[in-house]
Structures are given as structure tokens and as C-alpha cells.
Design a protein around this ligand. Structure first.
Ligand code: G6P
Ligand code: ZN
Length: 554
């Protein structure tokens, strides 16, 4: 279909907004904020203004299908036309999971991509919306770029938009607006092909079609449902109904699309059902709003994201894509040190980065790491430059198919060999930003005095605010979280979330390493009780926030 004439390209005058600073993962605000006149347009133009090679380039565009996705895409297409973009490749219906978008950028050697998502934040009219730019390696833009966009957004005086009617987003095909080509493609096909090239699909199929194995994948009414249905039920022969909550809904069914023990309740109940009915699936998994996070469960068994990364690394040789060995592992600073022990055994480096997937980009591009992960339910590899929920599920399925053991047995054997890193995260959500800032400032001011002090029979050996020196480009990222390290290897970490849209969230991360197999059966909260107590005391959480308990424990 052709729109023959160039259509009204005069710049539109606008006023800057002062709050368009991207957070950990792009600009995230409420839908209502995005719906303000010119709000999205200003931010998109600010991105375009920071891309000197935009004219004639190819961009990938897609989102997680949340409320406002379609409207935002129409605006972006009209702005792309008016800003001389050469080609936009768009997922059908405006849909791409975040890892699929990353793959499309790489596959088509695009200049970059615009991903519309607020990840695991709730959607719907009263929920959140988000937009982020990914660069040509397929990964989130580095801080230098997002800072430049923020600066541009503060100075913007006009934007360019073509006055054309909407493009039919649901029909696969090619369109032309003036000099802009738009190609609408199947949202799943290329990603599914990539997965098939990494894993042993016939072996996984054998497992999924055997009558001894059942699994449940919770799509959380988010973007991953259609991907999981096509790959797990379609290509790999899992029984129909394996994928629950598999339709993508603009409001995620009114639920919070975050795959953790609190929000994936239906899956968790099913997996913990066994005691009573003996009928739980052998394997359970869930993914988030935009398909990049994952949660892994066995029958009556939860695998922490940190352990999941460690187990995948230790068993990577069983997966075709990684059988040649791993170059290294990356983990974010608050993630447990379980992967470090695997790296040590494999004699490969383990890098500790700040929170945020973008920090893995350079390490992956430079060939220093093959696998990486974060405690925040993100796991991935060098196949794309985003974390990848379904990829993690396929890693586990491939390992389960090869080892023929249960999830629990595999993890317990792992602990027996490497020791267990008990791990928990306590979130204090929605506290006033001022109180949160004061709490962190107080910790910062007092951390030097903690060194050498003893708390519950542990001595503090280091207390600092984590600074990351990127070994590839030499950039330095400061103030990435307060770390208190003890002489027995235990750690307490405090940081403020960078992804919320209202108030502040204090995250408290606690870890304790236990080598002795006789102590691998403790309840996590009990195993960490005295460290939790120490953390609450050191930070005076109750004094600063008035909260005597966290809102979410994972
Ligand atoms: C997003 C990023 C992750 C990061 C997480 C941290 O999901 O993609 O890389 O780990 O945010 O969120 P937080 O709320 O702790 O800043
Ligand atoms: Zn996400």
C-alpha cells in the first residue's frame, strides 16, 4: 500500500517537560503522564535528535502490548516518516517481546530500536507505560546516550510529525509513507527460529511429550504468552494448556506481570499443590510483561534467580549453543555470589556489574562473557543483548532433558558441590523519596565507622558504595548501592529501585554462604534472620521509613 505524497511535514512547536530522565530501563511513567499533549512526541524527538545517523536508517519498533501501545506506535511511525527514517520493521499488532526486539535489531543490522514497555509494572489505563531506545548491538542504550536524550528533552522547542492516517498494524505486509518503508512482520517467527538454533529441540520435545513430565508456563496475560504457545506447545509438543494465562491483554488481566513468588500466585499455588494432591507439574515457569524476566520452579521447589544462573552456567555444556564452553559470567552486584563459584571451577572470569542489563552490553560485545544474570529474575546470554525469559526456560528444559532428574535434585546436587548461597530480597515499596534518600545518605555517612565492628558474631570487613569501572570502555559508574561485606562471606546490600513510578522503593538484599550440606535445608528467612536483623539495625529502617516490615519478600 502506498501513500503517494509527502504529507504536511512542518515542525510542531512544543515546550519541554522537566521529568523525562530515563531510569534503570528507559522512561517509565503512568499512562496518564504519557497521554499529556506532546509528552511522548517530545521524548521520541529527543531520541531522534541524539541519533546523527537517523536519516535513511532502519529502526525496529514494537512493545509488550500494554494499554497505549498502539497509539504510541502510530505516533512513532508518523514521527519516523517526518524525521527521514528509511525503514521501520514492526511486529504484527505492534508486538515484540523485549528479547525478540533485541534479536530483530541484530538480525536486520538496524541502527537501533524503540521498545514500548514498562516491563513488570502493571498496565491498563491507570497503569504504567514506558519507552526505551536500544542501540545497534540490540541492547539498552548506555547511560551516556540516555543522559544526552534527557538533556535534549530539556531543550526541545519543536518536533516533526507527518500528518497521515493510521497504519493497519495487524496486517503483515509492507507500506510506504513518502520515503519511509514500513514492514510489518510476524512477532514470533524470527525469535522462534533463533531459539531452535540454540537448543536441542528434538531432545526437549521428547521430554515434553513423555507422559512422565508435565510443565506449566504462566504467561501472566503479557507478551510472552503467544511466544510460549508457539514454541512450547506448537514446536515442542507440550500438551495444550501447558501455557496458562497465555493471551496478551492490554491490562495484563488486571494483574501485576512480575514473575515472582508474590505475583505469579496461580503458578506458585499449582507448584506447591503436590503435598495435598500429588499432581503438581514437574516444572513451572513464568515471564513478565515484556518477556525478559523469568521465574523457575520445580515440584514444590523455588529456584532463586541467582541459583538459576549458577546452575545454567554449571550445566551449559549440555546445551548445544554453549557446549564449546563459556567465556565468562556476568552478574549484577546485588545478585548472589553463587555464579562466582561456578566461574571459579570453570576457570573463567566472573564480572560484577551495577544493576541494569545495559552494563552487560560491553562485556558481551567484547566477548568477555557468555552468560549473565541478575537477582531481579533476569537471565540471558550473548544470543541477544537483553535478558530473555523464554530462553531461560528453554535452558532449564534442555538441562532437564539431558540429566533426567528433577529440578530439585539438580539444584541440591549443585549446592552439595558448590555450597548454598541463601538469598533474599526485602522491598519497602512506596516510601516517600525524601525519607529514602535520607536513609541512604545516613548509611553513606556512617559506613566507614562500620568496618571492623561485629554484629551477631560477624565482623564487617568492607562497607562502601559500589563503583563500577567498565573494563571495556573505561567508564565509571558511582553510587550503585551500599555494600556491607562480612568476614564469613555474608553480604548486606541497600539500594533504591530505579524502575518505579511513584515514591521510592528501598531494596535490601541479604546473602549468606553455607558450605556444609547438613545445613542446606533451612528455611531461607530463618537462615538469614540475624543478618536481616543486623541490616534493619544498621540502616535504622524503622526510624527513617516508619516501616517495621517489608512490603514484598522474594
Ligand atoms: C529492570 C532492568 C534490570 C534491572 C531491574 C532493576 O528490570 O531491566 O536489568 O535489574 O530493572 O530494577 P530496580 O527496580 O531494582 O532498579
Ligand atoms: Zn521486563
Amino acid at each position: 500500500m502506498y501513500y503517494s505524497k509527502p504529507i504536511k511535514l512542518q515542525p510542531v512547536k512544543t515546550q519541554p517537560f522537566t521529568d523525562q530522565k530515563p531510569g534503570t530501563s528507559g522512561l517509565r511513567k503512568t499512562v496518564n503522564t504519557f497521554k499529556q499533549t506532546d509528552y511522548l512526541q517530545n521524548f521520541v524527538q529527543s531520541i531522534f535528535n541524539c541519533l546523527p545517523d537517523l536519516a535513511g536508517s532502519t529502526l525496529i519498533v514494537g512493545g509488550d502490548g500494554r494499554y497505549y501501545n498502539r497509539e504510541a506506535i502510530q505516533i512513532i511511525l508518523r514521527m519516523a516518516a517526518a524525521n527521514s527514517v528509511g525503514k521501520v520493521i514492526l511486529g504484527q499488532g505492534g508486538i515484540f517481546s523485549t528479547p525478540a526486539a533485541s534479536h530483530m535489531i541484530r538480525k536486520h543490522k538496524a541502527l537501533g530500536g524503540i521498545i514500548l514497555s514498562a516491563s513488570h509494572n502493571p498496565g491498563g489505563m491507570d497503569g504504567d507505560f514506558g519507552i526505551k531506545y536500544n542501540i545497534s548491538n540490540g541492547g539498552p542504550a548506555p547511560e551516556e546516550f540516555t543522559e544526552a536524550v534527557f538533556e535534549a528533552s530539556k531543550k526541545i522547542t519543536e518536533y516533526h510529525i507527518a500528518g497521515i492516517k493510521g497504519i493497519p498494524l495487524d496486517i503483515i505486509g509492507e507500506y510506504t509513507i513518502d520515503r519511509l518503508q514500513i514492514e510489518i512482520v510476524d512477532s514470533v517467527a524470527d525469535y522462534a527460529e533463533l531459539m531452535e538454533s540454540l537448543f536441542d529441540f528434538p531432545k526437549i520435545k521428547q521430554l515434553l511429550t513423555s507422559d512422565k513430565f508435565t510443565m506449566c508456563f504462566d504467561g501472566m496475560y503479557a507478551v510472552c504468552g503467544p511466544y510460549a504457545k508457539k514454541i512450547l506447545e506448537g514446536q515442542l509438543g507440550a500438551k495444550e494448556g501447558t501455557v496458562i494465562r497465555g493471551e496478551s491483554l492490554p491490562n495484563f488481566g488486571g494483574c501485576h506481570p512480575d514473575p515472582n513468588l508474590v505475583h505469579a500466585k496461580q503458578l506458585v499455588d499449582l507448584m506447591y499443590d503436590a503435598e495435598e494432591t500429588g499432581s503438581s507439574p514437574n516444572f513451572g515457569a513464568a515471564s513478565d510483561g515484556d518477556g525478559d524476566r523469568n521465574m523457575i520452579m520445580g515440584d514444590y521447589f523455588f529456584v532463586t534467580p541467582s541459583d538459576s544462573l549458577a546452575v545454567i552456567a554449571a550445566n551449559a555444556h549440555l546445551i548445544p549453543a554453549y557446549k564449546g564452553g563459556l567465556k565468562g559470567i556476568g552478574r549484577s552486584m546485588p545478585t548472589s555470589q553463587a555464579p562466582d563459584r561456578v566461574a571459579e571451577k570453570l576457570e573463567i572470569p566472573c564480572y560484577e556489574t551495577p544493576t541494569g542489563w545495559k552494563f552487560f552490553g560491553n562485556l558481551l560485545d567484547d566477548g568477555r562473557i557468555t552468560l549473565c544474570g541478575e537477582e531481579s529474575f533476569g537471565t540471558g546470554s550473548d544470543h541477544v543483548r537483553e535478558k530473555d525469559g523464554l530462553w531461560a526456560v528453554l535452558c532449564w528444559l534442555n538441562i532437564l532433558a539431558e540429566r533426567g532428574q528433577s529440578v530439585e535434585d539438580i539444584v541440591r546436587q549443585h549446592w552439595a558441590e558448590f555450597g548454598r548461597n541463601y538469598y533474599t530480597r526485602h522491598d519497602y515499596e512506596n516510601i516517600p523519596s525524601e525519607a529514602a534518600d535520607k536513609l541512604i545518605l545516613n548509611l553513606q555517612n556512617n559506613m566507614d565507622s562500620l568496618v571492623e565492628r561485629e554484629f551477631n558474631n560477624r565482623k564487617v570487613i568492607t562497607a562502601d558504595n559500589f563503583t563500577y569501572h567498565d573494563p571495556v570502555d573505561g567508564s565509571v559508574s558511582k553510587n550503585q548501592g551500599i555494600r556491607i561485606l562480612f568476614d564469613d562471606g555474608s553480604r548486606i546490600i541497600f539500594r533504591l529501585s530505579g524502575t518505579g513510578t511513584g515514591g521510592a522503593t528501598l531494596r535490601l538484599y541479604i546473602e549468606r554462604y553455607v558450605k556444609d550440606i547438613k545445613e542446606h535445608d533451612l528455611d531461607t528467612q530463618e537462615a538469614l534472620y540475624d543478618l536481616i536483623e543486623t541490616a534493619e539495625l544498621i540502616a535504622n529502617i524503622i526510624g527513617f521509613t516508619g516501616r517495621d516490615e517489608p512490603t514484598v519478600i522474594t
